[in-house]
Design a protein around this ligand. Sequence first.
Ligand code: SF4
Ligand code: SF4
Length: 107
Amino acid sequence: MRILPQALKNIFKKPFTHRYPYKPMILTPGARGDFTWTREKCIFCQICERVCPAEAIKINKEKKIYEMDNGKCVFCGTCEENCPTKAIHFKEQLAPVDTKRKVRKFQ
Ligand code: SF4
Ligand code: SF4
C-alpha cells in the first residue's frame, strides 16, 4: 500500500492540469498560439499559402480576402517564418475555444 501516502500527499498539492478555457493558459515563450494576420502589412504575395503544408490558408488576391482554417492548421509556423512583411504572427496565448470547426475569414 505504498500508493496511499502518495495519494494523501497529492490531495494537498496544486493540480498539474490547467483550467483552460476557464482560466487563461500561460504558454512558454515562443509557443505558437492564436494566429493573427495584419491586413495593413499584407501584400498578398501568397507565399504563406504556397508554403503551408496543411493547405490551411486560402487567399483571394483580387478580392483581398484572406482565409485561415484553424481546423487544418498544424501550427508549424512556416507561414510566419516565410512572410516577407511579418504580417503573420502567432500570439503566446491559445486560440479561443470553439465547438464548431471554423474558417477564419479576414478582409
Ligand atoms: S506571406 Fe505575408 S504578405 Fe504574403 S500573402 Fe501571406 S501574409 Fe500576406
Ligand atoms: S502554421 Fe503551418 S499549418 Fe498553420 S497556417 Fe501556417 S504554415 Fe499552415
